[in-house]
Design a protein around this ligand. Structure first.
Ligand code: MF3
Ligand code: CO
Ligand code: CO
Length: 267
C-alpha cells in the first residue's frame, strides 16, 4: 500500500475542495427541516456544486468494484441508516436524525465531509448520540501529528465511544483522499494504540466514525448502497478531511458554518 504525500501546491488544491464541501453543508443547513425530502436537498447540493462552485459531486455515478453506480450527488442517512443512504422522495419528519455527506471534486482534488442534523428538537437519546459521535471524531482528530500511528487514532475513538456506552461500526472506515476519492490508508475507528502506519507530514485522510446507539452490527438494506444497523438502533456519523502538518493537524473541511470544536480541543 502506498500513502501519497501531498506537496504545498497539492495541499492548496485540497484546501479549496475541502472548504467547498463544507460550504455545501452550510448552504443545506436551513433546508434540513420537516416536510423537505432528501431528494430536494440533493438537488440543491448538486446544482450548487456544479453551477456555483464549478465542481463535481464525487458520489454521482461513483462505482467501486462490486457496486452499482451511486445514483445521487450526496449521501443522506436517516436514523438507523449508518451511511450511504440514497436521497429519496420521503419527507423528513420531526425527530429524525440525518447525516449529510458531501464530497466535492475541484480542479481534480477531493474534499469529503459530513455533519449530523436533527429535525426539530430530537429525543435526549438522539441528541446524546449525535454529540458523542461529534466528540468521538474530534478525539481522533486531536491525535493527528507526525510520528503518531493510525492505531492511536482508532483506539482514541473506540475507547471514548465505548466508554460512553455506544458501539463503533467496523466495516467502514476513514480513508486517504486526494486526487482519488478513496486512497490508502484505511483509517479504522477502532484498534490498538501504537499499531499500524506512522503518520507523516503531507498525508491527507478522513476521520468519519459511524457510531451506533445499540450493537455495532450492520447490514446492507437491499438497494446496493444503504447500510443500516442490524438491531435498528440509531446511528450517527461526522466526517472531516484532515492534513498531517509538521506540528499536528489541519482540518481541511471547515467553513463559516462549521460547528466549533468541542471544549477539549486546544485552541
Ligand atoms: N462520502 C463517503 C465517504 O465518506 C463515500 C460515499 S460513496 C457514495 O467516504 F458513492 F455512496 F457516495
Ligand atoms: Co469519506
Ligand atoms: Co464522506
Amino acid at each position: 500500500m502506498t500513502i501519497t504525500i501531498k506537496n504545498e501546491a497539492e495541499i492548496a488544491g485540497m484546501r479549496i475542495a475541502g472548504r467547498l464541501a463544507s460550504e455545501v453543508l452550510d448552504l443545506l443547513t436551513p433546508h434540513v427541516k420537516a416536510g423537505v425530502t432528501t431528494e430536494a436537498i440533493d438537488k440543491i447540493a448538486h446544482d450548487h456544486i456544479v453551477h456555483e462552485q464549478g465542481g463535481v459531486p464525487a458520489p454521482l455515478n461513483y462505482a467501486p468494484p462490486g457496486y452499482t453506480p451511486y445514483p445521487k450527488s450526496i449521501c443522506t442517512s436517516i436514523n438507523h441508516q449508518v451511511c450511504h443512504g440514497i436521497p429519496n422522495d420521503r419527507p423528513l419528519k420531526n425527530g429524525d436524525i440525518v447525516n449529510i455527506d458531501v464530497t466535492v471534486i475541484k480542479d481534480g482534488w477531493h474534499g469529503d465531509t459530513s455533519r449530523m442534523f436533527i429535525v426539530g428538537e430530537g429525543s435526549i437519546a438522539a441528541r446524546r448520540l449525535v454529540q458523542i459521535t461529534y466528540d468521538a471524531m474530534w478525539k481522533g482528530i486531536v491525535k493527528v501529528r507526525p510520528g503518531v500511528r493510525l492505531g492511536d487514532i482508532g483506539s482514541a475513538i473506540q475507547v471514548f465511544t465505548e466508554g460512553n456506552g455506544f458501539s463503533v461500526v467496523r466495516e467502514f472506515c476513514g480513508h486517504g483522499i486526494g486526487a482519488r476519492f478513496h486512497e490508502d490508508p484505511q483509517v479504522l475507528h477502532y484498534g490498538k494504540a501504537g499499531t499500524l502506519d506512522e503518520l507523516k507530514a503531507g498525508m491527507t485522510f478522513t476521520i468519519e466514525p459511524m457510531i451506533n446507539a445499540g450493537k455495532r452490527d450492520i447490514r446492507e438494506a437491499g438497494d446496493g448502497w444503504t447500510i443500516v444497523t442490524r438491531d435498528r438502533s440509531l446511528s450517527a456519523q461526522w466526517e472531516h478531511t484532515v492534513l498531517v502538518t509538521e506540528t499536528g493537524y489541519e482540518v481541511m473541511t471547515l467553513s463559516a458554518g462549521s460547528p466549533p470544536p468541542p471544549a477539549f480541543v486546544a485552541a
